[in-house]
Design a protein around this ligand. Structure first.
Ligand code: BJW
Length: 261
């Protein structure tokens, strides 16, 4: 368990922030029952490497396999609810009057928890689009309005008829949505304290974002039970699960705010 003195140290770093922010990864949703991206898959998917499925190349080579992989993960994510970590971030937004969250997660749980300033770098799993973005980028497709056989893999695009519909997430080798990237960059230039929560710090460009914020003068507080690629660079590492650490951080910040009148 993270010591109270470390939580208090983090609260003292965060309390004076004028523009706090967060970068989140799959770890923040782990306590909602969603496996992290690099957790081993189980059941039928145990022999697959998610990194090899999350590419446009894999989709074009075997659309049904990749579509089924995302259907499986949709089923895992659909019943998931925000956990105390998501809710603590929404509460920090209220306390500070703003807290942009740059998230790599595709589950929309920050929004469900009530956070209003969420920048989704890697898209949303609940949304589908035309692989070719035939009506402009993106071309969303509501598959609930298409008659198709679930066992046949992805349906054709209802606009252009070409194969095929795909999840509106960002795969390896693809550009991030330009609006999300621009919004994230604006945060990196202004933030004075960034919480880096539940990310392995492996995937670019998200992994470089805390370091860019640091170059602009931000302090970095990491929340992750295990060491990440970023741990050596942060100002403070709270080595526990975000669902436990973040509510304690909120309580400690509230105490300081109370003391500050
Ligand atoms: C807890 C916890 C608890 C556990 N509490 N924590 C520069 C150098 C080298 C390569 C590149 C580069 N620039 C770009 C690239 C290529 C590539 C890349 O980064 N490759 C790396 C593998 C090296 N990047 C891209 O292709 C990106 N596009 C791009 O840059 O375009 C321009 C370009 C293209 C090509 C060449 C050059 C430039 C796009 C990246 C898209 C990533 N998409 C995915 C899939 C999304 C859909 C899906 O989910 O299926 O996004 S990959 C996957 O990784 C997913 C995640 O959002 C992302 C990050 O993972 P995350 O969130 O960190 O999860 P994990 O599982 O890795 O870690 C979980 C963490 O939680 C762990 O640390 C645990 O300890 C912790 N944890 N329990 C708190 N309770």
């Amino acid at each position: 368990m993270v010591s109270q003195s470390k939580i208090d140290q983090a609260a003292r770093l965060l309390h004076p922030a004028k523009h706090p922010s967060a970068l989140t990864g799959a770890g923040v949703s782990k306590e909602s029952g969603i496996p992290t991206f690099r957790d081993a898959l189980d059941g039928l998917w145990a022999r697959f490497n998610p990194q090899e499925l999350a590419t446009p190349f894999a989709f074009l080579q075997n659309p049904k396999l990749v579509w089924d992989f995302y259907e499986y993960r949709r089923q895992l994510m659909r019943p998931a609810k925000p956990n105390p970590g998501h809710r603590a971030l929404a509460e920090l937004e209220r306390i500070f009057g703003g807290l942009p969250i740059i998230t790599q997660n595709i589950d929309a749980l920050h929004e469900d928890a009530g956070s209003a300033q969420v920048i989704a770098l890697h898209g949303k799993i609940a949304v589908n689009k035309c692989f070719y973005n035939c009506q402009g980028d993106p071309t969303p497709v509501d598959v609930s309005k298409i008659a198709y056989d679930q066992n046949d893999g992805p349906p054709p695009c209802p606009h252009c008829g070409r194969k095929m519909v795909r999840p509106a997430v960002v795969w390896f080798g693809e550009m991030l949505p330009p609006a999300a990237l621009a919004a994230a960059r604006a945060v990196l230039h202004t933030t004075d304290v960034m919480l880096v929560i539940g990310t392995s710090g492996i995937v670019q460009p998200a992994a470089s974002m805390p370091l860019l914020a640091q170059d602009s003068g931000a302090a970095l507080i990491e929340v992750n039970p295990y060491e990440s690629e970023l741990t050596d660079r942060v100002d403070l590492w709270l080595d526990g699960p975000s669902g436990e650490v973040l509510p304690r951080l909120v309580a400690a910040v509230k105490k300081l705010r109370g003391n500050a009148g």
